[in-house]
Write a protein that binds this ligand. Sequence first.
Ligand code: ATP
Ligand code: MG
Length: 161
Amino acid sequence: ARLNLQKFCSQLVEEYQLMHSDRQEIQFILRGKRTTACVDKKLLQQILGNLLSNALKYSPDKGTVSITMTCKNNRVIFQVCDQGIGIPLEDQPHIFEPFHRAANVDVIRGTGMGLAIVKKAVDIHGGEISFESEVDVGTTFSVILPMVQAEPSSVTLPEFK
Ligand code: ATP
Ligand code: MG
């Protein structure tokens, strides 16, 4: 089914803001036209939820986290930006691998699975994911999804046994 992307993002941001209200502020920035798209709701939830959760988890108490949605040329671009601890250069090639966690997150809890799931969900939509990060400065993840006319082909998430 078609999904109202703006409404979906606002609700997601509201939900995460409630969970983190005492710590961090989340900004939602909308660029371009409001739009709907044939995107799998559960998968988009996985994509943006994991990126937001990382941005909040790996940021200091007073950091600002933003999510920007830009719709243009039949593509939607989501950017999740934080002013957190950043990803060390030597870990950058590996962060989409299951269970990989960087050395600077030792004391912060996680399983190392979030981004592997995000990558898979982006692939299912024929999209692209990239990031830029600098230690102690921050990280920005960008996801580009094509605004396809048809539903994404029947979706099976990997099973982890
Ligand atoms: P979980 O499975 O609970 O999400 P996780 O957050 O450790 O655990 P991923 O979301 O897959 O796992 O992220 C993998 C690693 O990439 C993290 O452990 C961390 O080292 C790094 N990372 C991801 N996002 C950020 C970010 N916004 N800032 C700093 N490091 C990040
Ligand atoms: Mg994570």
